[in-house]
Design a protein around this ligand. Structure first.
Ligand code: ADP
Ligand code: MG
Length: 371
């Protein structure tokens, strides 16, 4: 990993940033739990902060929300530094994992709480609470108390309470973590759909890779207090920039490689033969390619950038629509590769122990710094 941990994602035209973190760090006593983070959050996007427990996700969210100050750096809201703006003056609302509903208040009063604090007129509170309860499909539960609701309903009350104040950004700290698997999936869909309907920027925290991939416009990956990569789910999945990211999402084949040669292209030697990459790659590397990026070579013409290599078939596992093959590659078959291909008549006739030809495209390979 490089010393500079900031990841600056390119700005899309027409989507100005709502929040920018510039060199933001956090230390508790002498321990720096967050290394300098640069992160642009775009207006209207669903941005997920993803990382293992303890990687610094909540710390980032709490600093954006104003619950805790950064140790250094700037937090900008549409270009204006808000580091010294108190929580209640920031146009954000937070949904916590435990929902933090008031047990002695009805659903309607819970949802209207923020508006009452802001001294909104009674009639307007009533109108907005009703509209928001409609949005989260809880119009018929307005008079209930939190204890009389299911986990998923409580979750939707917490969401309603966050959106009723029409914040510019909604901050969500693992809001689905307490739900069982089935409810969690339906809440994922609900939340994503809600975000599309109200077009509010969501900053969502999870430690669940699949959840991040299925819900997000972009994902910011955290590792030990470092923001290691920001990108679309496809970029994070197919173009990881580090071994950590390459291994964090789903199955991947990671092989040793080494790069040499002069600009513009380096020659990369790997157990899957020679590849070419921009010459900023030099020395020891890792070579990553997803199981589904391979095909079996049927002898048809290769297009530009396609590569082939011989492999020994070690096992065949039928998975339903796809079949997984384990293979050995390299000069003396010393490296293992897993591939996943659509199940077909031909895959049922594969003979374990025989040689097959693998085929893949150079564009599906990522070259990563080693270590
Ligand atoms: P995550 O949300 O990714 O699980 P956190 O942001 O909560 O991680 O924590 C990041 C690191 O900061 C952890 O090592 C945690 O122990 C530490 N940390 C968080 N809050 C405090 C605190 N108030 N005092 C000391 N250390 C803290
Ligand atoms: Mg956390």
């Amino acid at each position: 990993m490089t010393a500079q941990n900031s990841v600056t994602a390119g700005l899309m035209v027409g989507t100005p940033n709502v929040i920018q973190l510039v060199g933001v760090t956090k230390s508790y006593k002498t321990v720096e739990v967050l290394k300098p983070v640069d992160l642009d959050i775009r207006d209207g996007e669903f941005l997920t902060i993803l990382g293992p427990s303890g990687s610094g996700k909540t710390t980032i969210l709490r600093m954006i929300g104003g619950f805790t100050p950064p140790s250094s750096g700037r937090i900008l809201l549409r270009g204006t530094d808000i580091v010294h703006v108190p929580i209640y003056k920031r146009p954000f609302n937070t949904v916590f994992q435990d929902y933090a509903l008031f047990p002695h208040m009805t659903v309607a009063r819970n949802v209207g709480y923020g508006l009452r604090i802001r001294k909104t007129p009674q009639a307007e509170i009533k109108r907005r609470v009703e509209a928001v309860l409609e949005t989260v499909n809880l119009a018929d539960k307005a008079g209930r108390y939190p204890a009389e609701l299911s986990g998923g309903q409580r979750q939707r009350v917490a969401l309603a309470r966050a959106i009723v104040c029409e914040p510019q950004v909604i901050l969500l700290d693992e809001p689905l973590a307490a739900l069982d698997a089935e409810l969690r999936r339906s809440m994922q869909e609900f939340l994503k759909d809600l975000q599309r309907r109200i077009r509010t920027t969501f900053v969502f925290i999870t430690h669940d890779q699949e959840e991040a991939i299925s819900m997000s416009d972009r994902i910011a990956v955290m590792d030990h207090g470092n923001l290691v990569q920001v990108g679309t789910p496809q970029e994070i999945y197919y173009k990881p920039k580090s071994e950590f990211v390459a291994k964090f999402f789903g199955e991947n084949n990671i092989l040793p490689a080494s790069a040499s040669g002069s600009p513009p292209l380096a020659v990369i030697e790997s157990p899957l033969g020679k590849h070419w990459a921009p010459a900023d790659h030099q020395g020891a590397l890792l070579f990553a390619i997803r199981p589904e990026s391979f095909r079996l070579h049927d002898g048809s013409d290769l297009s530009a950038g396609e590569r082939v290599a011989k492999a020994r078939l070690d096992s065949v596992t039928f998975l339903g629509a796809t079949t997984q093959l384990s293979l050995s590659v390299g000069a003396s078959d010393e490296h293992r590769v897993k591939i996943r291909i659509p199940t077909a008549l031909s895959t049922q006739n594969l003979v374990v122990g025989s040689d097959v030809m693998l085929r893949w495209s150079e564009t599906d390979v990522s070259f990563l710094p080693k270590g």
